[in-house]
Design a binder for this molecule. Structure first.
Ligand code: COA
Length: 201
């Protein structure tokens, strides 16, 4: 997997959804993917209110700008300048794993209701996984004074509500598998599913 550390880049043009397409010609929307900035915090909070089941504090979001191993990417619809998707997660040396293994976790992934099933969730998740891989390569290389390293057998985890069958199908389509049940993780009798995937580059 190629390391791409550019803060700004454009997603390939996405075909507009059928409902938004006017006329017979194929039209495309332009969407920019970039790292989160501190000025995005309020906008992200507002976006998540209507597009994600959980809200987080400002200090939660500050970690993704300043803390090591934390990554957050936003997809911006260029004509409207609106945030239409967000992914956030962090990667760290695995504490419970054998030495040398790393653990990543997906904390938030949300796509605007009006832009679902257009491939955005998949692209953002792949970007986060790629950030994790680059982080591991950089850190291992730093620790080994630039010598070769083994990037295989690192695991990425996430927890999703058991009743969120759409999101579970999405993660399965991206190679994540059921790991264990997290009983009452989201409140009494509101269980979660821990899902995982091996990160390989
Ligand atoms: C889950 C979510 C992020 C998926 O984003 P998305 O941009 O719609 O997903 P994609 O378009 O990249 O979907 C890729 C594939 O995943 C699967 N998939 C996605 N959403 C699905 C759904 N609701 N039901 C079944 N399969 C689904 C499909 O196989 C899809 O490919 P297809 O459209 O060609 O059939 C989005 O539905 C969302 O924001 N949900 C609300 C927030 C949430 O629940 N987040 C996850 C909790 S941690």
């Amino acid at each position: 997997m190629a390391c791409d550390n550019t803060a700004f880049n454009f997603l390939p043009l996405l075909p507009l959804s059928k409902e938004n397409k006017g006329g017979n010609g194929t039209e495309y929307s332009k969407i920019m993917l970039r790292s989160m900035k501190s000025t995005d915090i309020d906008l992200i909070q507002e976006f998540l209110k209507s597009n994600f089941p959980i809200t987080y504090s400002s200090s939660f979001w500050l970690q993704f700008i300043f803390a090591k191993g934390h990554y957050c990417q936003c997809a911006i619809d260029l004509p409207s300048r609106q945030i239409i998707a967000v992914v956030a997660g962090n990667v760290m040396p695995g504490l419970a794993n054998p030495a040398g293994k790393w653990t990543g976790q997906v904390m938030v992934l949300a796509v605007h209701h009006g832009h679902r099933r257009e491939g955005l969730g998949c692209r953002l998740l792949r970007r986060l996984e790629s950030e994790f891989c680059c982080h591991i390569v950089r850190e291992q290389s730093r620790q080994n004074n630039g010598s070769s390293h083994n990037i295989n057998n690192n695991t990425i985890f996430l927890t999703v509500a058991s009743k969120n069958t759409g999101a579970i199908s999405f993660y399965q389509s991206q190679g994540y598998e059921f790991e264990k049940l997290a009983t009452s993780y989201y409140g009494r009798l509101n269980h979660g599913q821990v899902m995982s995937k091996q990160l390989c580059v």
